[in-house]
Write a new protein. Structure first.
Length: 328
């Protein structure tokens, strides 16, 4: 029996071979909150019959179903690859680094069609019995990464799902040894791509990927279930840099509106010599949208710079993840 509260909950994830087909979880994530919910559209027959004052219960029907919600967690040094692949879109196989125990995953930005997940959540009753809710056909609509002074690197995924299946067997969770990435491991560099320079005064960084998709693809002959969402707009990449005003580089870039490459990186413990646990986002071209520093009192000047990530025409937008995981 589990603990009869959120302490007994679990979330398991697996990549699906076909959209919306249940796949038993292969990874179990340590999440901070989830909001995945079954959705339904109902219709009520309202025909008039002599003397009837209330519509008949038997005439209420469910016309379409779906699922949606958020999944929030810290970014850990293992077990995150299946989520990163569903976000970024490219098909990834961890590549062993020389003859070490380090395996690098290179997630390049690509279309996400064919990249769906089964997300199985276990929700405890107060009795300690854990209910299974397997959300099928999960597509990542957006993901926002963030880290600030004294904090962990966190991510919040927005998911769209095909349906919820409550008939599956709840998988037994297992959690390999792992650690969270955190502020003490963070570096932020900007400059010429491949030769970026560390910026000083950085206090908080956030990066958000938005993957617009047609999530209302309901057609006849499908029993009220949607077809796999497809991309219906360009990817939007935005973020912010909260700083102390220790140098003029970012302010100058805002004024000039020049592009600069940005590398946001977390290097953890060494897996082997020269191969640390690693999380890194590379945006080859960002433009700062605001703003010049202002003095609003006697405290240290703290400009906040928002930015937009764009395609530089040469180098890929990418997310690199190095761990001891030999598979996603």
């Amino acid at each position: 029996m589990a603990i009869g509260s959120g302490l007994g909950a679990q979330v398991g994830i697996a990549a699906e071979s076909s959209y919306g087909v249940y796949t038993a979880p292969t990874r179990f994530v340590e999440f901070t909150s989830e909001g995945l919910k079954f959705q339904k559209t109902t219709a009520q027959s309202s025909g008039i019959a002599a003397g009837r004052l209330v519509d008949r219960s038997s005439r209420r029907v469910v016309t379409t179903v779906g699922a949606a919600g958020e999944l929030a967690m810290e970014v850990f040094t293992r077990g995150m690859g299946v989520l990163f692949q569903a976000l970024m879109g490219s098909t990834v196989a961890p590549e062993q680094q020389e003859e070490t125990d380090a395996y690098l995953q290179e997630h390049l930005l690509a279309d996400t069609f064919g990249k769906s997940l089964t997300v199985q959540k276990g929700v405890p009753l107060t009795t300690g019995v854990v209910s299974d809710f397997s959300v099928l056909g999960c597509k990542i609509i957006s993901a926002e990464f963030s880290c600030e002074v004294g904090g962990m690197l966190t991510v919040s995924f927005e998911l769209d799902g095909k349906t919820v299946d409550e008939t599956q067997t709840l998988a037994a969770p297992s959690y390999p040894p792992m650690a969270p990435f955190h502020f003490g491991q963070m570096t932020l560099r900007t400059g010429v791509h491949g030769a970026e320079v560390a910026r000083s005064g950085i206090r908080k960084v956030s990066v958000k990927f938005e993957r617009p998709q047609a999530t209302e693809r309901y057609y006849a002959n499908a029993g009220g279930l949607k077809a796999e969402p497809i991309s219906n707009d360009k990817v939007k990449i935005t973020g912010s840099l909260e700083t102390d005003y220790t140098e003029t580089t970012l302010a100058d870039l805002f004024v000039s509106d020049a592009a600069t490459s940005m590398v946001w990186e977390f290097a953890g413990a060494e897996i082997d010599e020269d191969y640390p646990e690693l999380f890194r986002i590379t945006l080859p071209a960002i433009h700062l949208d605001e703003s010049t520093p202002v003095v609003d009192g006697p405290d240290v000047v703290k400009p906040n710079f928002s930015f937009t990530g764009l395609d530089d025409g040469v180098n890929p937008i990418r997310l690199d993840y190095q761990s001891t995981d030999t598979t996603l």
